[in-house]
Design a protein around this ligand. Structure first.
Ligand SMILES: Cc1ncc(COP(=O)(O)O)c(C=O)c1O
Ligand SMILES: N[C@@H](CCOP(=O)(O)O)C(=O)O
Length: 429
């Protein structure tokens, strides 16, 4: 499979090159040249397949033969060694829990998958790679965990100071070894802009191989399509029309779901559930895309004002607004609405959600006001990652899982920076 740049001013390239570069030389995001639907029989018999078989069949066209079949199978088996259960909320709504991995965020799958792909390519490539990551909360921890100790890879994580939860900060600042955290005086978009700027800076790229482990990187982004298949496998016998409500920030997860749909997965509709960062909600209402600085909310991992992957979503719909409108609805919610949803889920359904999942639940309810479907909202992080907010709202103590307890008492180590020049100096040292 070849990949092209969505800016259309760079040569098409291989999977390896796209993964190692992260971003194309013309600053565009890479996109697969083709997406060939899977056989109808794959979906007819999906309940008979294991998660690893589903994942392998779904992703192999994008990766084999550059990564040989047996290696890809091993990468998938090592990546997916935890559960992805669907939990019923009521007759019309379920949630797909994506937080059973090592850092209890949905990013674990993409981070572990990409780390192993890069590890494979590094066996033949002796150059060290520096992985730059911007995080609004969860990507940083998942990437730190997924890349810890990977040979020939140094990871540098940029996160906005004071705008991630205490546990998220512990997860990304306490591992040491090949992982360094930079605490940026700014918002998430400043971190993301610095990372993108570094890729275009010849003074850096002539001296080091930089790549990204954000969803701009296809090896981080594409495996997220597995989730939708795992949910369908569990719900197929019970429900005909399935829609997904996806708590969205950088729009990588929902966009991967749309790739699953292109592969033939019967998804009726997508709902992008947003917090106050409503750039896409406004676009869907006005057809005018106006990114704006991100604002801080209690669902902090979605505090993104200029979502990287929206351009991929447009491409998946042939840049046709009517086609996009038929497939995507988008809603935005305040923190007070999010807290009320957390409480409703707890009081009415004894379900403890996290603030991101609560936004997804609100999106599901909004869609169901005028449409018939079974809506699955994605629970993208474990509630204890946002302990203060969740316990304050439901007025109960929530037990800490071992993954969270393991980082609670570790000491934060981070380097403070406030400008691109400081990032550059750090990387050149
Ligand atoms: C818990 C959580 N929910 C939702 C999102 C938004 O996902 P995406 O950026 O793929 O839209 C993120 C971060 O990406 C997250 O960490
Ligand atoms: N919400 C993310 C922001 C970065 O998203 P990514 O999917 O592009 O890595 C986070 O938690 O850091």
């Amino acid at each position: 499979m070849k990949y092209y740049s969505l800016n259309k001013k760079a040569p098409n390239t291989t999977f390896e090159d796209a993964v190692v570069r992260g971003l194309a030389p013309d600053k565009g995001l890479y996109f697969p040249e083709s997406i060939t639907p899977l056989d109808a029989s794959f979906f007819e018999t999906i309940e008979d397949k294991s998660n690893t078989e589903i994942a392998y069949e779904a992703i192999k066209q994008f990766i084999v033969p550059e990564i040989p079949e047996d290696v890809l199978k091993t990468i998938i088996e090592e990546t997916l060694n935890f559960d992805f259960p669907v939990v019923d909320i009521n007759e019309n709504i379920s949630t797909l829990e994506l937080f059973h991995g090592p850092t209890m965020a949905f990013k674990d799958v993409g981070a572990r998958f990409m780390a192993r792909c890069l590890g494979y390519f590094n066996k033949t490539n002796t150059n060290n790679v520096t992985v730059l990551v911007a995080t609004s909360g969860d990507t940083g921890g998942a990437v730190a965990n997924g890349f810890l100790g990977v040979k020939g890879v140094n990871v540098v994580i940029l996160y906005p100071s004071g705008k991630v939860s205490d546990i998220q900060e512990k997860q990304l600042t306490t591992l040491g070894k090949n992982i360094t955290a930079l605490e940026v005086d700014g918002v998430f978009d400043d971190c993301q802009d610095m990372v993108k700027r570094a890729f275009m800076d010849e003074a850096l790229t002539s001296k080091m191989q930089l790549t990204s482990a954000n969803s701009i990187n296809i090896a981080r982004w594409l495996p997220q399509l597995f989730y939708y298949m795992f949910a369908y496998k569990q719900l197929k016998s019970k429900h005909k029309d399935i829609a997904f409500s996806v708590p969205s920030g950088n729009f990588g997860n929902i966009c991967a779901g749309m790739v699953a749909q292109k592969l033939g997965l019967p998804i009726k509709h997508f709902i992008a559930a947003n917090n106050a960062n409503d750039t896409v909600v406004n676009y869907m209402a006005t057809q005018s895309y106006n990114p704006k600085p991100s604002v801080q909310t209690i669902s902090n991992a979605m505090d993104v004002g200029n979502p990287s992957n929206f351009i991929r979503i447009l491409e998946l719909h042939d840049n046709n607004f009517e086609a996009l409108q038929a497939n995507l609805s988008s809603y935005s919610y305040t923190d007070d609405e999010t807290k009320a949803a957390l409480l409703e889920l707890y009081n009415d359904f004894t379900y403890v959600a996290d603030p991101h999942g609560a936004v997804g639940y609100l999106g599901a309810k909004a869609y169901l006001e005028n449409n018939d479907a079974h809506v699955v909202f994605l629970e993208t992080a474990h509630p204890t990652k946002f302990l203060d907010i969740v316990e304050d709202v439901i007025r109960e103590n929530v037990d800490l899982p071992p993954q969270i307890e393991a980082v609670m008492d570790k000491e934060k180590v981070a380097v403070a920076i406030s400008s691109y020049e400081e990032l550059k100096d750090f990387l050149l040292k």
